[in-house]
Unconditional design. Structure first.
Length: 511
């Protein structure tokens, strides 16, 4: 299994069928094949060799898809970068991954100088957008002028990409995933749906630098769908894309679903073509789920549970299970390639209904964390990936996730690690002590909530805190609400009891 297989199949079976549609630009399978092979040839001319890492900083576009395939074609490893991260954060990922060639879209041309300054090993920047290319940056047309290269046909166990996710130490971690893992995860997730759409269009709206979006793109290719990338989430734009292209499938995070059903003109769009609406990435309320199913009555709903380290899906809640009020609260059943156990602190499997840590085994488990052997060994023990999530399996094999054992917040589908945010807030001169927790939020699933003890005589507002944090970390990581306390609840070991903070802070309003 390798990423470019779907393109080869499409060229053999339907070479003139649209492979991607982006705005008014359509590429058939045959045209995509030519572009991808020339990107690979251009990369070879730039000195990219087997297993070299190539960065990609772009929203969802047809060029994102072409470059990602071109990197695999060139026998290299793609490193998709978070378009919402600061220059400092992306520079860390580029430097750690040893990226020497970076593709950037129009919106990121202004940060090229900063990235070059912060990443000495970055040799070449390629502009893959539509605006004029500035001096010192290679236009994509330059690569497309190269001779087409032969596909490297990378093996399934070879790395396909390094996907950076937030780190509990305050630094991002690069999750290395192989070709087999990515294709198998998309294939197995589709198999778990019980009824799979074929052909039509797949609206790619979840960011493709995340595995939710990247996997959605692979699933679209596997089902012979025309992939329609949407660069910026806009409710009317997404609904218009579904209507215009008669889309059959889409992957969303709950925040997006909320904005779609809340859009005042939602009922004016014809979305009856939609056969599959997959969602995941953060908690969804039952009330929102009911509204969403009413708004998209033709679609079968499927919830995916997993994490980047699992490529990313390990369990799916099928459409039929959404009708059961008990099962609606579950994450569904493990997908065909995944084995799930619940273990206690000693690693012993616990009986059905008993809460423990969710551990997972299977061919979809990551190859490891990039350049972090100790953290890889801690996460994967005896072939089982320890998720850090607490949950239980019922008698029928349904997985219920009850809490995150790690202090991770999922806000709008983005992973936010409290330690990283705390490290930034602690640098504020008005802050004596800080703890960051996630609180339920109707729009974002969870919001980042800061609990702060101030230096005597100091004052602090949430606006001031957001401005301060925004200089160091992405906006979605910045606190949306702030609570000032005199003291923190502490354990006997001197640790802040975050469960007590969550209980006491549950009624805090954002703002």
């Amino acid at each position: 299994m390798y990423l470019t297989q779907s393109l080869h199949r499409a060229v053999r079976q339907s070479p003139d069928h649209p492979f991607t549609v982006y705005g008014e630009r359509t590429h058939t399978a045959r045209q995509t094949y030519d572009v991808v092979s020339r990107i690979a040839g251009g990369l070879a001319a730039l000195g990219v060799r087997k297993d070299d890492r190539v960065g990609l900083l772009s929203p969802n576009t047809d060029r994102f898809c072409q470059v990602a395939l071109g990197v695999a074609w060139a026998d290299a490893v793609v490193v998709p970068l978070n378009t919402r991260w600061s220059g400092k954060e992306n520079a860390y990922a580029l430097d750690e991954a040893g990226v020497t060639v970076l593709f950037v879209d129009d919106a990121f041309l202004p940060v090229v100088a900063e990235l070059r300054e912060r990443v000495p090993g970055l040799r070449t920047v390629v502009h893959c957008g539509d605006r004029p290319t500035p001096d010192g940056v290679v236009p994509l047309a330059g690569l497309l002028a190269a001779e087409p290269a032969e596909d490297a046909h990378r093996r399934g166990d070879q790395p396909a990409g390094i996907f950076y996710t937030g780190g509990t130490t305050g630094f991002p971690k690069g999750v290395v995933l192989g070709h087999r893992q990515l294709v198998l995860a998309a294939m197995g997730t589709l198999m778990a749906q019980r009824r799979v759409p074929h052909g039509g269009a797949c609206v790619l709206v979840a960011p493709a630098f995340h595995l939710a979006g990247f996997g959605s793109w692979i699933a679209g290719m596997l089902t012979d769908a025309t992939v329609v990338p949407v660069p910026v989430f806009d409710p009317a734009g997404v609904l218009r894309a579904v209507e215009r292209h008669r889309a059959k499938q889409i992957m969303l995070v709950p925040t997006m679903i909320q904005l779609l059903v809340d859009h005042p003109g939602a009922g004016e769009f014809d979305v009856s073509s939609l056969e599959l609406l997959a969602y995941g990435g953060s908690p969804i309320s039952e009330a929102l789920l009911v509204r969403a199913r009413a708004a998209f009555p033709s679609a079968r709903f499927a919830q995916a549970y997993g994490m980047t380290e699992l490529s990313p899906t390990t369990a799916v809640l099928c459409d039929e299970d959404h009708d059961d009020p008990v099962l609606r609260r579950s994450a569904g059943r493990p997908v065909p390639y995944s084995r799930v156990r619940i273990v206690d602190e000693a690693g012993r499997e616990v009986p059905p209904g008993e809460v423990g840590e969710i551990v997972v085994a299977g061919d979809h488990v990551m190859l490891g964390y990039w350049k972090k052997p100790a953290e890889t060994a801690a996460a994967i023990r005896n072939g089982w990936l320890h998720t850090g999530d607490g949950g239980y399996l019922d008698e029928r094999g349904y997985l219920f996730v009850v809490d995150r054992l790690k202090d991770m917040i999922i806000s709008g589908g983005e992973n936010v690690y409290s330690t990283e945010v705390e490290n930034v807030i602690a640098q504020h001169p008005a802050v004596a002590q800080v703890a960051v927790i996630g609180l339920p939020d109707d729009e974002w699933g969870e919001r980042v909530h800061a609990v702060v003890a101030l230096v005597p005589g100091a004052t602090l507002t949430v606006g001031e805190l957001r401005e301060f944090c925004g200089r160091e970390i992405a906006g979605y990581k910045c606190p949306r609400s702030l609570e000032i306390v005199e003291r923190f609840p502490m354990s006997a070991a001197g640790k802040i009891l975050k469960r007590e903070l969550r209980r006491a802070s549950g009624n805090q309003a954002p703002g």
